[in-house]
Design a protein around this ligand. Structure first.
Ligand code: ATP
Length: 355
């Protein structure tokens, strides 16, 4: 059942269209990410949902009620910003209790709720500290606790992990997702970090130029990108320019640098110039006689995998090989690159311009 519905949500800043006629339905209890590069309209969308920015057009419906004109404090939403926006001169408890007091909760209920929420974010025992005395990771937990303490109908997260170091960020992804599931709280995360979006979300809305260009579960969005933009933004990919030779209901034959590729494409009609995509981890390396011949240009070891750049007749291709305890061919080696046709994706070239 739809819990939050954005209907043709639009925001102009003078002549500039930051968010354009955006439609999105979020289910109760779902975790959705708005994922896209800087400036694509993610924060503006979140701010319209929170009530801090007024839409130029369109509506926001929460649990069946149109809240487009409702004041932010009446919306019952918890918001966590990138800056955390904590009160430095107040203790952790006071920071978390602030919103509860505003809502008229009495002292004993407040104390209990603050304690429960601190335990939830594993900050039990730190309630009396001032927030300025905390580490970055602890501050971030306080910000999350403050948003959760009011038991919001909707949790809005605007890049809340971007100030944490990589290891802490990874831990927080897992932990925050567990808390969200435990509370069953409908959550919208704004992020430009595709790993973050993939780790945490039920569905990812990929944004580009003020619009959602793809809405899908993480695996589906990665495996079957709906646009050239989504394909290149969500993970690494090899992008080759080609031209359709023939195409029928199921398969296209595409010419890429004088080589004919057979690409299953799920019934989409295709002609003219296209982009062919293949993920680095879907490519295999073998002897030069097997597959497209090429030469290894660079080889980098990344712990759990190797990343190689191979110069082939079809262009420079990135090949990712899992670390299975063997060292792959050195720079300068002659190799052959091969793949399974099922792992090729094809999209019209003009979609580059439209995202
Ligand atoms: P980031 O990841 O950098 O925060 P974003 O995807 O969240 O980017 P928004 O902050 O929503 O992007 O901004 C979308 C566009 O709208 C940007 O080009 C931005 O410059 C513009 N914009 C946002 N707020 C305003 C404003 N108050 N006045 C004018 N332009 C604005």
């Amino acid at each position: 059942m739809t819990f939050l519905s954005l209907k043709k949500l639009t925001r102009h800043f003078d002549d500039f269209v930051a968010v354009e006629s955006l439609d999105l339905d979020i289910e109760r209890g779902e975790f959705i990410s708005l994922l896209g590069p800087s400036g694509c309209g993610k924060t503006t969308t979140l701010q319209m949902i929170a009530g801090f920015v007024k839409p130029t057009r369109g509506n926001i419906v929460l649990d069946g009620q149109d809240i487009t004109a409702l004041r932010p404090e009446k919306r019952g939403m918890g918001v966590v910003f990138q800056s955390y926006a904590l009160f430095p001169h107040m203790t952790v408890e006071a920071n978390i209790g602030f919103g509860l007091e505003m809502r008229g909760m009495n002292r004993s209920e407040r104390t209990q709720r603050i304690g429960e929420t601190l335990d939830l974010v594993r900050l039990g025992g730190l309630g009396k500290r001032f927030t300025r005395e905390l580490s970055g990771g602890q501050r971030q937990r306080v910000a999350i606790a403050r948003a959760l303490a009011i038991r919001p109908q909707l949790l809005l997260l605007d890049e809340p992990m971007s100030n944490l170091d990589a290891k802490l960020r990874e831990d927080m992804h897992i932990e925050l997702r567990a808390i969200q599931r435990h509370l069953g709280i409908t959550t919208l995360l704004v992020t430009h970090d595709q790993v973050e979006a993939m780790t945490m979300s039920d569905r990812i809305a990929v944004m580009h130029g003020g619009k959602i260009v793809q809405l899908a579960m993480p695996f589906e969005a990665y495996e079957q990108p709906g646009s050239t933009f989504a394909s290149t933004f969500l993970g690494k990919t090899n992008s080759l320019r080609g031209r359709v030779v023939t195409s029928n209901q199921r398969c296209a034959i595409v010419n890429v640098n004088e080589r004919q590729l057979h690409i299953p494409h799920g019934g989409r009609s295709l002609d003219g110039d296209v982009h062919v995509f293949v993920r680095p981890e879907k490519l295999r390396l073998g002897a030069a006689s097997a597959g497209v011949p090429g030469q290894v240009k660079t080889r980098v070891f990344l712990g759990n995998h190797w990343m190689l750049q191979v110069d082939t007749a079809m262009g420079l291709m990135s090949v990712s090989l899992p670390n299975i305890g063997e060292v792959p061919p050195a720079e300068g080696s002659s190799v052959g690159v091969s793949w399974s046709d099922d792992d090729l994706r094809v999209l019209p070239q003009q979609e580059v311009a439209h995202g």
